[in-house]
Write a protein that binds this ligand. Structure first.
Ligand code: PEP
Ligand code: MN
Length: 347
């Protein structure tokens, strides 16, 4: 990783650095951070001669060689100085809440508009709504591209930015063109490296969009989770949120094995914000508030919660795990109180 002395390299400096690393079979990838742009060396960066030549340039501060399977996502990376702001919230400074329906029902758009307004009033800063759905059963509703318009209309009516899952390359462009702020990679695609690469490529260095990467559905090692995020970051976009959402096999009586407890471990290894999804983790509306609070107690920066104005009339996961706006409101209020306790503000 190349750290320049100034906030970014001038074009002729970038050209010189590019030419040097090319001699050693490497490329550079700019990563626009909040404080400065840094340059990842793509390829084998162990050649001492290459490092010495780069370090000899008077406009280079230093070369960081982090020995880590995820050198950009690593806590010791220069990217740790950046902060992501979404929906007016700087993650890490106050609790960030994404809420909304699991699945948008294209036959009942009014439910979505009412849900959007209700989650805003309950305190959410971002609206979620599933347009395309990864369903275990191929004969159940798989989502509908028409719902993208409903999602964006919900965003316009409330002023909230939106989050939706993308499962195929085609979805990425549709979602970005429509104005989706947060692209969600679901638990089933969390290790789909070609999709992760496609997202990284599509976002490039765009600082106005971000990715919510769920933890893979099977209980993989935490390093595997962070390395999946590295696939996206390697294309230059550090706007990545990690989302534990429970793993499989589930804990007896729960949909999955709740894993909000990995939050401190993630925070030790990486600088990325952690937004926990308690809805898929426990899979039952009555258990969701406790799981949400546990996530905040463990140090999560935010929550992604399924909510619906009328859960029993919802589709997808909503009948079983969506919170009503009243319960969502209470959960957010309590989560904020716990956040203050965590920070040591409360007596
Ligand atoms: C969802 O968010 O509705 C969803 C399908 O999530 P996951 O990928 O975590 O199962
Ligand atoms: Mn869902």
């Amino acid at each position: 990783m190349i750290l320049p002395k100034s906030s970014r390299l001038a074009p002729e400096q970038e050209a010189e650095v590019t030419a040097i690393v090319a001699e050693f079979g490497c490329k550079i990838q700019p990563i626009i951070g909040a404080v400065r742009t840094i340059y990842a060396i793509l390829g084998d960066e162990r050649d001492e001669l290459m490092i010495n030549r780069l370090e000899g340039l008077d406009y280079i501060d230093r070369i960081d060689r982090i020995q880590s399977p995820f050198k950009l996502m690593d806590r010791r990376s220069d990217l740790a100085n950046g902060r992501l702001t979404l929906g007016g919230v700087t993650l890490g400074k106050e609790l960030f809440v994404i809420a909304g329906q699991c699945t948008i029902d294209p036959k009942n758009p009014n439910f979505f508009y009412e849900t959007a307004q209700a989650v805003k009033e309950a305190g959410a800063q971002m609206l979620r709504g599933g347009v395309w759905k990864p369903r275990t059963n191929p004969y159940t509703f798989q989502g509908d591209t028409k719902s993208l318009d409903i999602l964006m209309e919900g965003s316009r009516r409330t002023g909230l930015p939106v989050d939706t899952e993308v499962m195929e390359e085609e979805h990425i462009k549709l979602a970005l063109d429509a104005g989706v702020t947060l692209l969600q990679v679901g638990a089933r695609n969390a290790l789909n490296y070609s999709l992760l690469r496609a997202i990284g490529r599509a976002l490039g260095t765009r600082t106005d969009r971000a990715v919510l990467l769920k933890r893979s559905i099977h209980m993989g090692a935490v390093n595997e989770f962070i390395s999946a995020a590295e696939y996206i970051a390697a294309f230059g976009n550090p706007n990545i949120i990690l989302c534990p959402r429970g793993t499989s096999p589930g804990l007896d009586g729960y949909r999955n094995h709740p894993d909000e407890s990995i939050t401190p471990l993630l925070k030790e290894k990486t600088w990325a914000a952690v937004v926990v999804d308690p809805s898929h983790s426990v899979g039952k509306a009555s258990y969701v508030p406790a799981c949400a609070l546990a996530a905040v107690a463990y140090g999560a920066d935010g929550l992604c919660i399924e909510s619906h104005v009328n859960p029993s009339h919802g589709i997808g996961d909503d009948p079983k795990q969506a919170l009503t706006p009243e319960v969502l409101h209470k959960t957010i209020r309590q989560a904020k109180q716990l956040w203050s306790v965590r920070r040591g503000d409360a007596a």
